[in-house]
Write a protein of this length. Structure first.
Length: 437
C-alpha cells in the first residue's frame, strides 16, 4: 500500500466526515482568519479552504502534497473561525487530527527527529527536564553571560524572531524559590470553594511569580487552593504539532493527578492550556476506561478570571492603580476555546484610577500560537505588527493579556513598535494583585 493511500485511509477512519460536511462554504470565517487576511486573501489559507482540502484528501481527489501540508502548518490554530461559524464546525478538532495523520506519515531527517524528540518527548513532558532547561536560562541571565552575548552580537546568528524573544524573557528565579512552601493554601476569610490549581510547565517555571499571584488572588476570593502532585504539561503543544499519542499520555497523567483531590474546580491562568484541558473529553473520546474520566475532568476546568468573578473578588477587596490607560488583548484559546472574554474585562474595569479602552479587534490573534513564532516567523511577525498598529490607537500605558505566549508576543510587539519604556505588557493576574493594597 502506498503512503498516499495510507494517508487517505487514515483520513477516512479518523477525520469526521460529518464535521467536514457541516462546512457550508459560506465564508463567514474569512474576515476572522489572520492567515487568510495576511496572505492576501488566498483561499488556501482560509478555514473553509483547508476544510475543502481535508475533504479532498479523504475522498482521494488530491494527495496530501507539500501545498496541503504547508497550508495546515501555516494555520495558527487560533479557532477564531469557530465562534462565527453558523454551522458550528469544530475546526480545531479537524485541524489537529489532520496534522496528527500527516505527522505520522512524515519522514524526518536525523536532526529533525532529534529536535522533535528532545522538545516533545524529553523536555515538556518531564518536569525535571523543564526545570533544568529554565535553570539554564536563569543562569544565562544572572551570570553576565547574557550581557556578553548581546555585546559581541552573537545573537545575530539566530533568526530574528528568536533574537526578539530573547530580549523579553522574564527574569527567571532560582529553582529553590520556585518551589511551593506547601501544597494547600487556605482561603482568606470565609471559604467559598475548593479548587485544584493547574500549575503548567512554562507557567510554573518561567512565570512562577504569576502563578503565585494567581494563587493569592484565589485565596482572597475565598478559595482553598490545592496543588496536586505529579501534574505536568497540558499537552497542547504536542496536540497542535501532530504528536497526538504524547498528548494523550500527558492527558492521562493530569487526569490521574487531579482525581486525587475532591475539588469544585480545576483552575489555571493560561488560556492555551485551559482550552486544551477543557478538550480532554474530545482527545480521549475513544480511550477505553478514560472517556468518562476525561469528561468529568474537562467539566471542572475554569479560567481563574471566571472564578474571581463568580466568587466576588471585586466585592471583597478594593483595587486601585496609579492613573494610566489600559487595554486588553484576548488569548485566542481563552476566548474561542473556553468562551472567556467578559470576565477579564469586568475585572479590569473594577480597578480604580485607570481608564480602560477596548482595543480594536482585540479578539484577533497576536501571532504567538505556541511555537508558531519559531516555525512560522514571517507570518507571525506580520500578524503581530498589524496587532500593534491597532493597540497603539488606544494609546495604552499597559497592555494586559492572560496567556504566557501572548504576553511574550506583546512584549516583542512593544519592542518592534518603538514603545519600550512607554508601554508595558502584563499578565492579568500580576496586574490585579498589584492593584490590591
Amino acid at each position: 500500500m502506498t503512503s498516499t493511500e495510507e494517508i487517505r485511509l487514515a483520513f477516512v477512519e479518523r477525520v469526521d466526515e460529518n464535521e467536514l460536511m457541516n462546512c457550508m462554504r459560506c465564508g463567514f470565517c474569512l474576515p476572522s482568519c489572520p492567515t487568510y487576511i495576511q496572505s492576501g486573501e488566498q483561499e488556501i489559507h482560509s478555514p473553509r479552504g483547508r476544510i475543502a482540502m481535508m475533504k479532498a484528501v479523504r475522498d482521494g481527489m488530491i494527495e496530501a502534497d507539500e501545498e496541503v501540508r504547508n497550508s495546515l502548518d501555516v494555520c495558527l490554530g487560533c479557532r477564531a473561525c469557530e465562534p462565527v461559524c453558523p454551522a458550528g464546525v469544530q475546526y480545531g478538532h479537524l485541524l489537529e487530527e489532520s496534522r496528527a495523520i500527516l505527522q505520522e506519515h512524515t519522514s524526518y531527517s536525523g536532526p529533525q527527529k532529534a529536535v522533535r524528540r528532545t522538545v516533545f518527548h524529553e523536555l515538556f513532558p518531564k518536569n525535571k527536564q523543564m526545570n533544568r532547561a529554565v535553570n539554564l536560562v536563569g543562569f544565562y541571565q544572572r551570570s553576565g553571560l547574557q550581557k556578553g552575548v548581546r555585546k559581541v552580537g552573537f545573537l545575530k546568528l539566530f533568526p530574528k524572531g528568536m533574537q526578539e524573544m530573547e530580549k523579553v524573557l522574564p527574569p527567571v528565579q532560582k529553582e529553590k524559590k520556585r518551589r511551593y512552601e506547601q501544597k494547600v493554601f487556605d482561603a482568606i476569610g470565609e471559604k467559598t470553594a475548593t479548587v485544584a490549581f493547574f500549575a503548567g510547565c512554562l507557567m510554573d517555571t518561567m512565570f512562577n511569580e504569576t502563578n503565585r499571584a494567581t494563587i493569592k488572588l484565589l485565596q482572597m476570593a475565598g478559595c482553598e487552593v490545592h496543588i496536586p502532585d505529579d501534574q505536568g504539561c497540558c499537552g497542547a503543544l504536542h496536540g497542535h504539532a501532530g504528536e497526538k499519542d504524547q498528548a494523550i499520555a500527558m492527558a492521562k497523567r493530569n487526569i490521574s493527578a487531579f482525581e486525587s483531590i475532591q475539588a469544585d474546580y480545576i483552575v489555571l491562568n493560561a488560556g492555551g492550556c485551559g482550552a486544551y484541558l477543557s478538550g480532554y473529553d474530545h482527545l480521549m473520546n475513544k480511550g477505553e476506561g478514560w472517556k468518562d474520566r476525561a469528561r468529568y475532568f474537562s467539566s471542572r476546568v475554569r479560567d481563574f478570571s471566571t472564578i474571581l468573578m463568580d466568587m466576588g473578588l471585586q466585592e471583597k477587596v478594593n483595587m486601585t492603580c496609579p492613573s494610566t490607560v489600559i487595554t486588553y488583548q484576548d488569548s485566542c484559546h481563552l476566548r474561542n476555546g473556553m468562551n472567556v472574554y467578559r470576565e477579564p474585562r469586568q475585572l479590569l474595569k473594577q480597578v480604580q484610577g485607570v481608564e480602560y479602552r477596548e482595543m480594536p479587534d482585540a479578539s484577533g490573534c497576536c501571532g504567538s500560537a505556541g511555537i508558531y513564532t519559531i516555525v512560522q516567523p514571517e507570518m507571525s511577525l506580520k500578524i503581530l505588527d498589524d496587532k500593534m498598529e491597532k493597540a497603539k490607537t488606544t494609546e495604552p500605558g499597559v497592555i494586559v493579556t492572560a496567556n504566557p505566549g501572548c504576553l511574550l508576543q506583546m512584549k516583542v510587539g512593544i519592542e518592534r513598535s518603538g514603545l519600550a519604556g512607554k508601554v508595558e505588557a502584563v499578565h492579568l493576574a500580576d496586574f490585579l494583585l498589584k492593584a490590591i493594597p
